[in-house]
Design a protein around this ligand. Structure first.
Ligand SMILES: [Zn+2]
Length: 352
């Protein structure tokens, strides 16, 4: 038997529901190394983040045998092991484009065993009944609004602020529908809690956005903080869910200054040009508040980037919220701040 971590269990669910399509099982070595080195699967389609299953020691497992998968002491599925291998640090560094063990993605990866097994999986049907699955977004939009043909996916790990609102409204001008899909798996200390993110978006969709054009649901997978590679990974997942467009903004899936602010857009654009990701990319510039224009703008719409720009500061928003103070309304809507503050200061950010 193999005991799954929460991250493995979530991967198992997305493998089974085809959200990770065309991958249908945990990766064998040949697949894994091709993803690490070339960002491709064996069939040459693009895939940027390896999906592997760790075990304590590969010596305890035999290739071509079936093993039960347990999560929280319950039997959840099976794996037919086709391959076993040990990964090394150089491969991890290649994925993250960094060797810094303080990088939150690398730090998380180093907590996993380097022993991995790959192969086909099965899952207990009842566990995926209410899960996201392939083409769910198309299906859900058809239920609420038959006219929605084009759907923009939006990835986030934050409570909604004015910069993200600006991007979402832009997407709603371009597409018929907007799928807001906040990540609710593992995130690092200091990030917004799931309650905070979903609470803020529930408020936004209920009170501000057109109900027949916006659909909100959590994405059950972990953050990697792998910047450019993770942006492409996020686009592929939304393609699989049925989105036609995907928004990539400033420093997508980045953390601190490990990646250049438009590096994720550049990688996604490059791979899409060469191989077609199967989803249209909406590559938006960073929104900021302009003191002269007196509104949220981007470099594409305002001439005062160097003179009157006020960056929408996550740190400033965080400090205010933690002290129970409504942040500047230029940065975050008062209604949203109130929802967050009402959670209590210990429940807004992940404390670990
Ligand atoms: Zn301006």
């Amino acid at each position: 038997m193999i005991n799954l971590t929460t991250e493995n269990f979530l991967d198992l669910k997305y493998l089974a529901t085809k959200v990770f399509s065309p991958i249908s099982g945990f990766m064998v070595y040949d697949e894994y190394i091709k993803v690490v080195e070339e960002m491709q699967l064996l069939d040459k389609s693009i895939w940027t983040i390896p999906i592997t299953l760790e075990v304590d020691n590969i010596k305890n497992y035999t290739v071509n045998k079936n093993y039960d998968l347990y999560y929280n002491n319950s039997l959840v599925g099976k794996i037919h092991i086709r391959d076993k291998f040990i990964i090394d640090d150089e491969q991890i560094y290649e994925i993250y484009q960094s060797k810094d063990h303080e990088h939150p993605g690398i730090k998380k990866e180093k907590l996993r065993s380097s022993h991995r097994v790959g192969g086909e999986i099965e899952i207990k049907e009842e566990l995926i009944k209410n899960s996201l699955y392939k083409n769910i977004v198309k299906h859900e939009f058809a239920l609420i609004n038959q006219k929605v043909q084009t759907i923009a996916g939006f990835q986030t790990r934050n409570a909604i602020h004015k910069a993200h609102e600006y991007l979402q409204r832009l997407a709603l001008e371009i597409c018929d529908g907007l799928f807001i899909n906040p990540l609710i798996g593992w995130k690092k200390k200091g990030d917004f809690t799931q309650e905070a993110v979903m609470g803020s978006y529930n408020k936004m969709s209920n009170e501000f956005y057109p109900k027949n054009r916006v659909f909100l649901r959590g994405l059950e997978t972990r953050m990697y903080y792998a910047g450019p590679r993770e942006a492409v990974f996020h686009a592929l997942l939304r393609r699989n869910m049925g989105c036609t467009h995907f928004i990539i903004g400033r420093d997508h899936a980045g953390v601190k200054d490990y990646y250049g602010i438009y590096q994720a857009q550049e990688l996604a654009k490059k791979l899409d040009k060469k191989y077609d990701l199967g989803i249209k990319l909406l590559l938006f510039k960073e929104p900021y508040y302009c003191i002269k224009c007196k509104q949220i703008v981007t470099q594409n719409t305002c001439d005062h980037y160097d003179t009157f720009r006020v960056a929408i500061s996550g740190t400033e928003i965080r400090n205010a919220l933690q002290n129970g103070i409504i942040p500047d309304e230029k940065f975050m809507r008062k209604e949203i701040s109130e929802v967050l503050i009402s959670l209590g200061k210990d429940n807004i950010f992940i404390r670990e």
